[in-house]
Design a protein around this ligand. Structure first.
Ligand code: GLY
Length: 420
């Protein structure tokens, strides 16, 4: 079978790497991919939001399964368009992807089906939003639509909140995604992610993985897409996992079915574990990045039958086998990320890092030119290592990181150190 992976980040490199190991797969394509995916797949120069062109390509190349990495093509309706032409897709339909594409959609769903989530108010006009913000001390301001992970502001004073409202609604920093905002209660606790495969009826949870969102050591600095991950995440104890499945994940997929938009694909719940139990901060309609990297390394089962079963509605009875080992992914980023950063720096030492036992270097923002691998994005590499426990995986990942150089590297030195 030919498999097309849509996207070009570290998550997509990890997915393509795992998919390429399946005996069911003859060839992997990656659109647009990166320098890393070009070593195991055919890179296709089509951007993830060019759904018509992707469809044309998939039909011409007899693609048997399309696996969608990022949220944008899902929200644009890639699953619906491909399915209408008889192509199989792993990913949510346009209607179901609203769970990530519209925060008011997901909050309304949670209210309707009793899924625990922080309290919130919705505003379409900045004036009443400001009045409301002035009456609170701490709150979270969120743009309603997709804002490339940047539309959430955690505010510790009304002044900070007013600034966030201006950025989103007046300066329109996220375009139409900020026409509507949510002002949400700021809940205390510890964050954890929970991911599960689903065909709309059955859930097959993945192992736990937790990212570090802040740019600098000690969870300081601005939020990023994720500077590193560890798996397993000890916060997700077996009891907590059972609660999340019964109180959050099943009510969500049953609610989506009742709403007429059954959810297929991978459902990612960003949770806060509070003293009242787990609460949903957000849902994503895709794998996390960089959560996918350690998860793909720990997954022993062939992923392809699971991806197909999600699309076909035949997940019931399937099981996943996981490595007992832990995995840690350290993101190596360009200096300046998540703000402005330079591109085109020559990366050295990749082969040496990749050859270390139990290590995989997943590329994100990279490209090949003139025999070199160059930086081509904010998050550049995800150096991922397996070890007998988290400290062993940390040690191995950082040993591999130390062999890689370019001019202007930034990475956190404390990935995984929250554990233990
Ligand atoms: N690492 C967070 C995300 O993928 O949304």
């Amino acid at each position: 079978m030919r498999v097309l992976v849509v996207g070009g980040g570290g998550r997509e490199h990890a997915l393509a790497w795992k998919i390429a190991q399946s005996p069911k797969v003859e060839k992997v394509y990656c659109a647009p991919g990166n320098a890393g995916t070009s070593n195991l797949a055919v890179n296709v120069g089509i951007a993830p939001d060019q759904v018509d062109r992707l469809l044309e390509y998939a039909l011409e190349h007899s693609i048997g399964l399309t696996v969608v990495g990022p949220e944008l093509p899902l929200v644009l309706g890639i699953e619906d368009q491909f399915t209408a032409k008889g192509l199989k897709v792993f990913g949510a339909s346009k209607a179901a992807a609203q769970i990530e594409g519209s925060k008011t959609f997901s909050k309304t769903l949670m209210d309707r089906y009793g899924i625990p989530t922080p309290k919130y108010q919705v505003f379409d006009d900045p004036k009443p939003a400001r009045e409301f913000a002035r009456s609170r001390n701490r709150m979270v301001i969120k743009a309603d639509g997709l804002a490339a992970g940047k539309g959430v502001f955690v505010c510790y004073s009304p002044e900070e909140a007013l600034c966030a409202i201006d950025t989103i609604m007046e300066e329109k920093a996220f375009g139409d995604a900020g026409k509507r905002i949510l002002v949400e209660e700021l809940v205390e606790g510890r964050e954890v992610s929970f991911l599960a495969f689903t065909d709309g009826k059955t859930l097959l949870p993945l192992e736990s993985a937790q990212d570090h969102k802040r740019a600098y050591d000690g969870d300081q600095g601005p939020n990023t897409g994720g500077m590193g991950t560890y798996s397993p995440a000890p916060l997700l104890t077996p009891d907590m996992k059972d609660r999340v499945i019964s109180e959050i994940m099943y009510p969500t997929i049953r609610g989506m079915e009742k709403e007429g938009c059954p959810y297929k694909g991978v459902l990612y719940a960003g949770l806060m574990i509070t003293h009242d139990g787990p609460k949903v901060l957000e849902f994503n309609a895709r794998f996390g990045d960089p959560e996918a990297q350690p998860l793909m390394m720990r997954l022993k089962s062939d992923i392809v039958p699971v991806l197909e079963a999600c699309a076909d509605g035949t997940l019931n009875g399937l099981k996943l086998e996981w490595s007992e080992q832990a995995a840690v992914c350290v993101v190596m980023a360009a200096e300046g990320y998540p703000g402005n950063y330079p591109k085109g720096k020559i990366i050295a030492g990749l082969d040496k890092a990749d050859k270390q036992e139990g290590v995989a270097v997943f590329h994100a923002g990279t490209k090949s030119a003139d025999g070199h691998t160059l930086t081509n994005g904010g998050r550049v590499l995800g150096v991922t290592a397996l070890g007998d426990d988290i400290p062993a995986a940390i040690e191995k990942a950082y040993r591999a990181v130390a062999t890689i150089q370019w001019d202007g590297i930034h990475y956190r030195k404390d990935i995984g150190s929250r554990v233990g």
